[in-house]
Structures are given as C-alpha cells and as structure tokens.
Design a protein around this ligand. Sequence first.
Ligand code: PBG
Length: 326
Amino acid sequence: MITGKYPNLRLRRSRKYAWSRRLIQENSLSYSDLILPIFLIEGKNKKESIKSMPNVFRYSVDRLNSVIAKAINKGIPMVALFPHTETKKKDEYGSEALNPDNLVCRGIEYIKRKFKNKIGVMCDVALDPYTSHGHDGLLKKNNILNDETVEILTKQAVLQAKMGCDVIAPSDMMDGRIGKIRKALDINNLNDVQILSYAVKFSSSFYGPFRDAVGSKKLLKGDKKTYQMDFRNSDESLREVSLDVKEGADIVMVKPGMPYLDIIKKVKDNFKIPVLAYQVSGEYSLIMNGINKNIINKDSIIESLTSLKRAGANGIVTYFANQIDL
Ligand code: PBG
C-alpha cells in the first residue's frame, strides 16, 4: 500500500544524495551477473578485430590465457565460446561440429586444463558456425529438418560435455532437443552437466554482427523464421519455456535482450527458474557506436544491463562483460 501525498510525501527526498539513492536501489549489477562471449579463430598468437563489433576480438586458442584470467579476476562466473570456422571446413551437414579436434573443443580443453573450475565454460549447440548454408540445422529443399538435426545436436552436446564443457546451451530452436540431449548426457555419465536452453530465441535483425563474427553472414541462405520465434509473439514464449523445463533445462535464456524486456518479465513471473538474457551483438554494436560517436555516454552500458536485471534476468550474456568497471 502506498500512503501519503504531496506535500507531506516528496519522493525527491530520497533521491537527494548518492548514499540515499544507493540505499533504496532495488536492483544492482555485479560481475557475478555476467557471462562473457568469446570468439575463437584458427592459428597461433592471433587477436583479430571484428569490423561490425568495435572492441570485440577473435582469439586463437593460445591467446585465451589473458582474456580468461581477466574474467576470473573480475569475478565473471562463465564464458561462452563461439568458433569462427574456416570456410573450407564447412559443409552441408556441419560435420566439423562433431570433430573432437575442432576449435571449440580445443578451447574448452585449454580453459579447463589451465583454470580448472575457477570459471564455467558454456558452449552453443547449433550447426550454424559449421554449415556451408549458415543455418542451425540440416537444410533439405529449403526446409530445415527437425529430428535429423536433433540427432546431430545430441552428438555435438555429448562431445562438448566430454571435452569438459560445463553448460550445454542449445541455441538452435529445434523442437524436442532438450529432452534428447538430457537423455544422451545422462546415458554417457554426464549427469552433472547443465543445460541452458535458448528457449525463447526470436528471429531477430539484431544478430547481424555476430554472424559476421563467426563468418556465417555471407553464407546464410534466406532467414531463420521457420525455427526462431516471430517477434510479434509473447504467449508463445511461455509454451517454449514450459516444454524445455519439462524436458530438463536447468536454466532458460531469452534472446535478444533489450527489445524483449516484457518477455523476460513474463517468463520470470510465470516460472520460478533461473532466467538469463542475451544482450546480443546488434545491441552491443548500437550502444558501442553511439558511445564512440559521442551520441550517448558510456553510462548507457550499465543502464542497458541493469534494465535486463530489473525485468527479471538472473544473469546476462554480454560482450561488455570484460570491458566495464563495476
Ligand atoms: C547461433 C547463434 C546466434 C547467436 C548466438 N548463437 C545467431 C543466430 O541465431 O543467427 C547470436 C548472438 C548475438 O547476436 O550476439 N545459433
């Protein structure tokens, strides 16, 4: 119950000093809330800039040391690995996804060998970095095959988990993959490996810079509208989450972030489970370009991240994770 009224009640009173504002703040951001995405590239001693993502780089596995050490120092709980696969290794079936010596597998091994459990490693389960057509699944006559794709994703998940991946994150939006992956992990004695489902992933224009970063942008045939969600929908996100939770997801993700604050809140209000938000590449680059051109100041970063927490996110995947001071 809200009591009192002007002039007895003046809400500006508690805003007058910084200490007082801090005292009554309802949400705050800490490094524990952040997950850092890292792009990997073949080669030795490489740190390559990405045109559409200022201040974000692709690293060769041997250059991961300082990035991970910095993240651990800040108290960031987890990194997410994404490979920039060489075009010659891509094919129609995304076969490279199942190569135990692929970039992501080498990345997992390197981090887990050097840093043990000081930081969590999360990996995408999807075929898009590996397919010659840039889709997350198998493409046949302009159709993305669901069940056939899930079979491959299940193998990809088991492989990554065997390599030491802590959190398996299917980002493909095929139906039924969480249950199949959970079962396969359990059969392989990987019952401690978590599943973070990209349960609510919209078909979004905000993924552009990411596709550039992993090298799938020019290859992508058509769009992903037959498997990723229509951005006009809201209730459908509850159906997606409820299925994935029943199938065994430990955590769910809403993606992108800021254009979907209503969805984060709705999911959190309806399911008392851990919910993460992904501040995607397009959101990152918009803010970063705005800062670089002096259109907005850098406080906009914290504001954008805090809005995701206020909406109900327990944590946020963000390319700003290693760049901000909290
Ligand atoms: C691929 C994947 C995408 C992102 C994460 N995993 C892109 C897509 O679905 O096309 C987007 C991340 C970002 O834009 O930052 N399964």
